[in-house]
Design a protein around this ligand. Structure first.
Ligand code: UDP
Ligand code: MN
Length: 347
């Protein structure tokens, strides 16, 4: 048991939130395996401290500094950055077997039985079931496999530009051989399957063991009301047919993760506000068109979903709202107000 681990990846503080929810869900169901998180230098020091509380190992990986084949691969194919970072999980040779889980997954029961499977075991992708979904997979760390994967990435690339395309081409026998490497779908139930095949979800959804918030909109992009324990969305959103899993993610975030973040001073209202704004400005200034659109859409969605600003709410309440992503950009948390507050400190 000591030499087996669940592994996840977070390249920034946003995905760290997901990793923390995943880690606390694995702990809640008393996994007997180690918990490992791979991070990159973009993750803040305070988030690293919080990760250290929950995970047995917080391993920093830096593709550019590794100086070997990873470096070369990235130089030739810079678009594979995050993909190559995920491949780093094969380097964890202190473990004999691991289960990789995306940071946007969460377990609903103990899933330690996954370690009975061999490399490469995974569940079908809901969009193309002859491909496996790379959000949950069983693998065996090996430097040899890692190097062969990197070589494959450099020579052949990835048909979808991400790790899933690459891994499916590399482990290409998955679709046709060895049925015991096909994990039941309940080990990687994606929210998209809920509305794309509702009767199947109604029949089998109760057996779900791992939920995967696959796609562009992640749980942390929603707003949540801790009093009603419900996620809210005013825009049309098919995942809202069954928001149970989203509500569970948020419940886990508010009850298990937020206390850790507050304890480590990660959540500070004025500072966080300024950082969120500066992140947005940075994205607007430096990102590609696609990310820019996404950031603006997110900011706009935030504005339209937020309840109208209420007069004189307490500082504590405002902090709570901020933590749930309900930022009052036009009112209390406007840039002008933040600046005024900073000015008073400076004076
Ligand atoms: N990831 C990350 N930072 C990013 C994008 C992705 O750390 O900016 C990691 C994270 O573990 C994430 C995984 O890579 O869960 C795969 O990406 P994502 O879950 O967003 O893809 P999807 O499952 O929606 O295809
Ligand atoms: Mn995912």
């Amino acid at each position: 048991m000591e030499d087996q681990a669940f592994v996840t990846l977070a390249t920034n503080d946003t995905y760290v939130k997901g990793a923390l929810v995943l880690g606390s869900s694995l702990r809640r169901y008393h996994t007997t395996r180690k918990l490992v998180v791979l991070i990159t230098p973009q993750v803040s020091e305070s988030m690293k401290k919080v990760l250290n509380k929950l995970f047995d190992e917080v391993e920093q990986v830096d593709v550019l500094d590794s100086g070997d084949s990873a470096h070369l691969a990235l130089m030739e194919r810079p678009e594979l950055g995050v993909t190559l970072t995920k491949l780093h999980c094969w380097v964890l040779t202190q473990y004999s077997k691991c289960v990789f889980m995306d940071a946007d997954t969460m377990v609903l029961s103990n899933v330690d039985e996954l370690f009975e499977r061999e490399e490469l075991s995974a569940a079908p992708d809901p969009g193309w079931p002859d491909c496996f979904n790379s959000g949950v997979f069983v693998f065996k760390p090996s430097i040899d496999t890692y190097n062969r994967l990197l070589q494959f990435a450099t020579e052949k690339g990835s048909f979808d530009g991400g790790d899933q395309g690459l891994l499916n081409s590399f482990f290409s026998r998955w679709a046709t051989t060895e049925i015991n490497k096909h994990l039941p779908f309940v080990y990687n139930l994606s929210s998209v399957s809920i509305y794309s095949y509702l009767p199947a979800f109604k029949a089998f959804g109760a057996n779900a063991k791992v939920v995967h918030f696959l796609g562009k909109v992640k749980p942390w992009n929603y707003t949540y009301d801790p009093k009603t324990k419900c996620v809210t969305s005013e825009v049309h959103d098919p995942t809202m047919i069954h928001p149970e899993f989203l509500n569970m993610w948020w419940d886990s975030y508010t009850t298990s993760v937020l206390p850790l973040l507050t304890e480590h001073g990660v959540v500070k209202d004025t500072f966080t506000g300024l950082k969120a704004l500066s992140d947005l400005v940075y994205t607007l200034a430096f990102s590609c068109g696609f990310c820019r659109e996404e950031a603006v859409a997110e900011a706009v969605a935030q504005l339209s979903i937020d309840p109208p600003p209420q007069p004189s709410i307490s500082s504590e309440e405002r902090k709570e709202r901020w933590e749930q992503g309900q930022v009052d950009y036009m009112g209390e948390d406007s840039f002008d107000n933040i600046q005024k507050k900073l000015d008073t400190y400076l004076k």
